[in-house]
Design a protein around this ligand. Structure first.
Ligand SMILES: C[S@@+](CC[C@H](N)C(=O)[O-])C[C@H]1O[C@@H](n2cnc3c(N)ncnc32)[C@H](O)[C@@H]1O
Length: 507
């Protein structure tokens, strides 16, 4: 049997090992006794487990407030309706940047001794990244934003923490330098034609999208039409170790208010920008082409896997020296981290936590209305069972654990249907490092977990994790996963899989 600790890790596969909450999730019972203001929000399920109502904004805000106070010694507040960050999830991004900075894959150059300086694009009223980065790691930050409420509350949150306030500068993004030619931008603000023309004149960036870029993938032109992001905000001669960004992910508020299971607030300005995250991050890429080595690392969160692929091909076009990605999982939500640099690479490798080669994924987009994640999960199970592989479906974690022999793998790849009762009996037990339930495996078998995550309505992410990296049949994992992609797309999506084994650069 796997140890308790190992099982816990397997349930939360990508929480960073240095994350304070990786082995100790918040203890609501304890927090309710320590903080009377939190107590009214905690209730107990039949089996006595303490819970909070994730759909209650006041509950999620109070949880964030006391976690920041209890675990980080930070005083913090936001007004009603502003985006409320989840502390464990935001800490993951900070830990990932720490990995990038310490990785030696690019040269260390312009740092001021050991001091690390970051730029948080769109710090929000919550100012969460500068507060966490400064208190956990002593990093200094510029946090930028455009709205008065964000700037006012970010300032307040900094001032209320005098022990780190010297480390954080909140910077207003001036709209006078705008990015749409001689017209009004979508939000009615005036714009400056000159600034964008100058930027393009000196740029090596190609304004015409190539066949692999935005228009082709999305079917719409997703150019950014908003206030400046980095160019025009970063001052002449300023140098940073990194920038980070939790961008406005969505194109409309409808798209944004979608997770009925949680209430984390979020105003129109925080959640939405014309063109959504694709346009916003594409502008960060364009700005990075201008600013090049002013930053060691450029990074952003990405909300949709399909956008990650497009952005990666964009990065290849503009000639970055290195691209890194990671995955952030919290409950049923999955986000990605995208990082790139123009620094010369040193040829050294980054730690294995950052590069994840045994995890594959694809998106199911345009799912027919009548289907939900559980239907997809059941089809995953039947897909593998019909080849004779053994499956264990877990409806609460939305996973299917699969154990497949060499013969089962062949059957899947050759589209053969086997008698389920004839599944090869397992020969002996071999524990996997990830502590999965899928333990009864012979050496010639492989064991993997398929997980299904809700993205937005009509879009699911399907992820496959190989649990026995050393298995001699591990090489079959990728083609099998491609078969699964083809099968699920044909069954659930309005747009069918056109060709078997569609290439996915993000894999
Ligand atoms: C999704 S919120 C992120 C807030 C916070 N960083 C977090 O992680 O919770 C996006 C933020 O970006 C800000 N924003 C939008 N356009 C911006 C721009 N051009 N420059 C700086 N901030 C911008 C919004 O006002 C909003 O506060």
């Amino acid at each position: 049997m796997p140890s308790k600790k190992k099982r816990k890790r397997a349930e939360r596969p990508t929480i960073h090992p240095r994350n304070k909450y990786s082995d100790n999730p918040p203890d609501f019972r304890l927090l309710a006794t320590l903080y009377p203001s939190f107590e009214p929000f905690v209730f107990y399920s039949r089996d006595g487990r303490p819970k909070i109502d994730w759909t209650d904004f006041n509950a999620t805000r109070e949880l964030t407030r006391i976690l920041l106070l209890h675990d980080h010694g930070l005083n913090w507040w936001i007004p009603d309706g502003q985006l409320c960050p989840t502390v464990p999830n935001r800490s993951n991004y900070i830990n990932w940047i720490e990995d990038l900075l310490s990785s030696d894959i690019i040269a260390r150059t312009h740092t001021d001794g050991d001091a690390v300086r970051g730029f948080d694009i769109g710090t929000g009223a919550n100012c969460i990244y500068p507060l966490l980065g400064a208190s956990l790691l002593g990093w200094s930050f510029v946090g930028s934003d455009v709205t008065n409420v964000a700037l006012e509350w970010a300032e307040r949150n900094v001032k209320n923490n005098p022990h780190i306030s010297e480390l954080i500068e909140i910077r207003k993004v001036e709209n006078s330098v705008n990015t749409v030619y001689g017209e009004e931008s979508d939000n009615g603000q005036s714009v400056d034609r000159e600034s964008i023309i100058d930027v393009r004149k000196t740029s090596t960036f190609k304004p015409e999208p190539s066949p692999s870029s935005l228009e082709l993938h999305s079917g719409v032109n997703k150019n950014y039409h908003g206030p400046p992001i980095l160019v025009g905000v970063v001052k002449d001669g300023e140098r940073f170790d990194f920038c980070m960004c939790n961008p406005p992910f969505f194109e409309t508020m409808e798209e944004a208010g979608l997770n009925p299971k949680t209430s984390c607030g979020g105003t129109l300005e925080e959640m939405v920008c014309p063109g959504g995250e694709l346009a916003f991050i594409s502008r960060i890429i364009e700005d990075s082409v201008q600013l090049k080595q002013s930053f060691r690392w450029y990074t952003s969160m990405v909300g949709r896997k399909s956008n990650l692929k497009i952005l990666m091909s964009r990065l290849r076009e503009v000639g970055v020296t290195i691209v890194k990605t990671t995955e952030f999982v919290q409950g049923q939500t999955c986000r990605w981290g995208l990082a790139w640099s123009f620094m010369p690479p040193t040829g050294k490798k980054i730690s294995s936590h950052v590069v994840e080669k045994t995890v594959l994924s694809f998106m199911l987009e345009g799912i027919h209305r009548q289907y939900s994640a559980i239907h997809v999960l059941q089809s995953v199970e039947s897909f593998f069972c019909t080849s004779g592989a053994s499956c264990k479906l877990n409806a609460s974690s939305f996973t299917v654990d699969v154990t497949a022999s060499n013969d089962h793998c062949d059957a899947i790849l050759n589209n053969e249907v086997q008698n389920i009762n004839e599944a090869v009996s397992h020969q002996y037990e071999q524990k996997t490092s990830s502590g999965s339930n899928c333990l009864h495996t012979a050496l010639t078998e492989q064991c993997f977990r398929i997980s299904v995550f809700q993205q937005i309505p009509g879009t699911l992410l399907v992820k496959g994790s190989l649990l026995q990296k050393e298995s001699p049949v591990a090489g079959a994992f990728s083609p099998i996963f491609q078969r699964l992609e083809e099968f699920l797309k044909n069954k659930f999506c309005r747009e069918k899989a056109l060709i078997y084994g569609s290439s996915n650069p993000a894999r």
